[in-house]
Design a protein around this ligand. Structure first.
Ligand code: AGP
Length: 608
């Protein structure tokens, strides 16, 4: 989704804005622009395409010279990607702004503004906000912002320049995230922390309906009645390296390699005396023992982590778990209420549907537990209980290390819940916890064999479509493997419960069609093998991801990648997802795709 930055200081503002925007590229965008105060005048540059296109354009149009301004990367919602629709947008004489989010009532506002004689040059909802703010402006920016906030509906974050107030940046938000960075003699606004890490680790979280004013004297905060606010300064625990590629060709590859460390950071602090201990997250045996049903609600990869959670929680703790897609859950009158627990899983903590689902569940009386990576995000702040995953910043749009730690948390939670309910013994819990702690070493061993996966990826390049099949946990994993391949390689694929194939989908198999079979669950092994044979008999090229004790019959697998079987089958999704991630990664690389920023996708989906 769109990225916002703003700067006031002594450096060349245009340079800072472009650099900061480059750290938000991961969010996905199709155009970019900046506006800078140059000797009291606002100079704007914007362009369809990448930041490189904007920089190229500025070689001809000139780089605005000044020390204060705003910048934006746009992910098109209202109006096609074009120079005209790119931000910043002007509203009449006084206002220039950038916007992340959606103004829901923009149509009616546009009509009213048009009737009042205002004209529009773009198709965006953003220009409506700019014109409205300009109409409301009568010399006092705070009053104009407050009045505008009363009139617009939706989720949005705005970075604003008023031509009457040179070298000053205003910011306000409702729902969409925005932070305010506090450096030495300079200040920033940004949609996310990585944008400012090069300059400062200190930042404030702007809350809903709060206004920030950045000028040469520093940063001030106000409420909607123009009362000054005191806010708590926070310090990012990520450093610059975390947001850099550090020699890897892509962020995705770097993040895949960071998985062992991410598991250690997430799991180690939550283990005491060999047993899970989630007390620092507000979770005790007493307050989780008695839930009637558990709902896990999330989107995309995070939802797939929930599928793994469902399997292990039901098996170990014996509590029914319903996994739901957040955008479905929120609109289908879910039967959730007091006595139920809803677990919201989200890397960004800002996914609009997941946040709305959590709020709905709260209204209905359920307890909420958030499993979130981004510190201080909306979902993290609003949940009753919170388990942070410590993956560090995930920059690649395709989620890898965040998924890994999400499932690590699912295990910790399932172990704790099962122990509290007496459905597993302390001894079993210790054994499983010890195996979880061994996972970083197991994954490191798999990463060392990544070349074999590059070779397998090479065999998929020409495929038009493929299937991922598996049973139980392997099916949950197949869903994630398939999504990973789709989103970055642009090859169509589908994940199927292996036993369901013959109820229709097997008719898709044609000679040469690749089928990736995940077979790590011993209890289901024979059944899965039968399904693999069925597709093989119809000409499929089979790629088998299985445990190292399994000796596949000579004719069952065209390619085989073995996983160390050091742990209980239930933990196999942790090592088994790694080859699936790497197959997707290498396929996308070999097809020449933009791996970290796949087309049409945004990292953080803050609109419906
Ligand atoms: C994963 O590779 C995707 N980019 C996407 O499915 C993502 O997991 C989903 O949008 C949820 O995001 P969240 O974890 O930030 O809520």
């Amino acid at each position: 989704m769109c990225g916002i930055v703003g700067y006031v200081g002594r450096r060349s503002c245009a340079e800072v804005l472009i650099d900061a925007l480059s750290k938000l590229e991961y969010r996905g965008y199709d155009s970019a622009g900046i506006a800078v105060f140059e000797q009291g005048q606002i100079r704007m540059r914007k362009s369809k395409g990448r930041l490189a296109d904007l920089s190229e354009q500025m070689k001809h149009t000139g780089i605005p010279q000044g020390n204060a301004g705003i910048g934006h990367t746009r992910w098109a919602t209202h109006g096609e990607p074009s120079d005209l629709n790119s931000h910043p947008h002007r509203g009449g004489r006084y206002v220039t702004l950038v916007h992340n989010g959606i103004i829901e009532n923009f149509r009616e506002l546009k009509q009213r503004l048009t009737e009042a004689g205002r004209s529009f040059v773009s198709d965006t909802d953003t220009e409506v906000a700019a014109q409205l703010l300009d109409q409301n402006y009568a010399g006092d920016p705070l009053a104009a912002i407050a009045k505008t906030m009363e009139q617009i509906r939706g989720s949005f974050a705005l970075g604003i320049l008023f031509s009457d107030f040179p070298d000053t940046v205003y910011a306000v938000r409702r729902e969409s995230p925005l932070i305010v960075g506090a450096g030495e003699g300079e200040s920033f606004i940004a949609s996310d922390v990585p944008a400012i890490l090069k300059y400062t680790k200190n930042y404030y979280l702007l809350e809903h309906d709060e206004i920030a004013v950045l000028d040469r004297n520093g940063i001030r905060f106000f409420d909607m009645q123009s009362n000054p606010l005191e806010k708590q300064l926070m310090t990012a625990d990520w450093d610059m390296d975390a947001a850099e590629k550090q020699g890897y060709e892509h962020f995705m590859l770097k993040e895949i390699h960071e998985q062992p460390e991410a598991i250690r950071r997430t799991v180690l602090p939550r283990v005491a005396n060999g047993l899970p201990d989630l007390s620092e997250c507000g979770i005790t045996k007493e307050n989780i023992r008695d839930f009637r049903n558990i709902y896990i609600v999330a989107c995309g990869t995070a939802m797939h982590a929930g599928m793994v959670g469902k399997n292990v929680i039901e098996k170990l703790a014996g509590v029914p778990v319903i996994v739901d897609i957040a955008s479905e859950f929120r609109y289908r009158s879910p039967l959730i209420g007091a006595g139920d627990l809803i677990i919201i899983i989200s890397q960004s903590g800002e996914t609009a549907d997941s946040l709305a689902a959590m709020r709905l569940a709260k209204q209905l009386g359920a307890k909420t537990l958030a499993v979130v990576n981004a510190k201080g995000s909306s979902i993290a702040r609003e949940a009753d209980m919170l388990i942070y995953t410590h993956a560090g910043p995930e920059i690649a749009v395709a989620s890898t290390k965040a998924y890994m730690v999400q499932i690590a948390v699912m295990y910790l939670f399932a172990f704790e819940l099962a122990l509290s309910r007496g459905t597993i013994t302390e001894e079993t819990c210790r054994r499983l916890t010890a195996q979880l702690l061994e996972m970083p070493a197991v994954i490191t061993e798999i990463l060392a064999r990544k070349d074999a996966l590059k070779e397998i990826a090479g065999s998929l390049l020409k495929a038009e479509s493929l299937l991922y099949i598996g049973r139980g946990l392997d099916y949950a994993l197949s869903m994630e493997g398939s999504l990973k391949l789709k989103e970055i390689s642009y090859i169509h694929s589908e994940a199927y419960a292996a036993g369901e194939l013959k109820h229709g989908t097997i008719s898709l198999i044609y000679p040469g069609m690749p089928v990736i079979a995940v077979d790590t669950q011993k209890a289901l092994h024979e059944k899965t093998v039968s399904n693999i044979k069925e597709v093989k008999a119809r000409g499929a090229v089979t790629i088998l991801v299985c445990g190292d004790s399994y000796q596949p019959e000579a004719d069952i697998a065209d390619h085989c990648f073995r996983l160390p079987e050091t742990a209980d089958d239930q933990l196999m999704p942790m090592p088994a997802v790694v080859p699936l991630q790497l197959i997707a990664y290498y396929t996308a690389v070999l097809r020449g795709n933009d791996v970290d920023k796949p087309r049409n996708l945004a990292k953080s989906v803050t609109v419906e």
